[in-house]
Design a protein around this ligand. Structure first.
Ligand SMILES: C[S@@+](CC[C@H](N)C(=O)[O-])C[C@H]1O[C@@H](n2cnc3c(N)ncnc32)[C@H](O)[C@@H]1O
Length: 225
């Protein structure tokens, strides 16, 4: 079990929520996420020329930084299932980057990349939007596309060791009691467990708090050899 199931809310419904909220999401949540996102990009230690994929890239803020890191000889690709998010990410990248970058409309459960071709994957605040079975599929897909020496960074709300956290309890309460809240999909999950079950070795684990309140775990992982 990697987290409570998202009863009765298919991923397609969750995607529609983010699609409708793309502009608001872009404006309101981005400032809170800057530090942990920067930290994720730093620990990934990206080199010029690498191929980097961001799954659930949203409005493209991290993708912009990733494209700067890989430079003109590398390739940074964002994937998102919400057309509104893809549109915003494309606008942002066209405006601000000269790197080789793409934003694809697509599904994390079946990623449109060839096996063993990607150096780095970033997935921020997205793994928790899937039911337990689908989360395993997403992790398998990431494992499939990464090269043997590839790196994965996950930013998420880890549930293990945080069960008593007030923020986590509030999230659980919202999830259970507020009609419509499930349509956002976010909830604390057992992310470490999901990665290890999917064939990853976690080599770094950091706990942060966004805005001193919102607990987030940063996991750096490599495919098991
Ligand atoms: C909470 S947002 C995070 C966006 C961005 N990573 C960030 O941290 O700002 C989750 C994103 O995952 C996308 N998403 C949800 N389900 C998806 C799926 N099946 N495939 C690809 N993207 C998906 C949503 O459209 C949304 O943009």
């Amino acid at each position: 079990m990697t987290g409570p199931p998202i009863a009765g809310v298919p991923n397609e419904t969750i995607v529609r929520t983010y699609d409708r909220l793309a502009v608001l999401y872009d404006w309101f949540l981005t400032p809170l996420k800057l530090k942990t996102r920067q930290r994720a990009v730093d620990v990934l230690d990206i080199e010029g020329g690498e191929t980097v994929v961001e799954i659930g890239c949203g409005p493209g803020h991290a993708l912009l930084t990733l494209s700067e890191r890989v430079g003109p000889s590398g390739y940074a690709v964002g994937l998102d299932a919400a057309p509104g998010m893809v549109r915003r990410a494309r606008q942002r990248l066209v405006r601000d980057t000269s790197g080789r970058t793409d934003v694809l409309l697509g599904d994390a459960r079946s990623v449109p990349f060839r096996t063993d071709t990607v150096d780095v994957v970033l997935i921020e605040d997205t793994l928790e939007l899937f039911s337990n079975d689908e989360m395993a599929t997403v992790v398998d897909e990431i494992h499939r596309i990464l090269r043997d020496d590839g790196r994965l960074c996950v930013l998420t709300m880890e549930r293990a060791g945080a069960e008593g956290d007030r923020f986590v309890k509030t999230y659980d309460w919202l999830f259970e009691n507020v009609p419509g809240y499930r349509r956002f999909g976010c909830r604390p999950i057992y992310a470490r467990r999901a990665l290890e079950a999917g064939g990853f070795e976690i080599v770094r684990r950091e706990r942060h708090r966004r805005g001193h309140v919102w607990p987030v775990e940063l996991l750096l992982a490599h495919p098991d050899q």
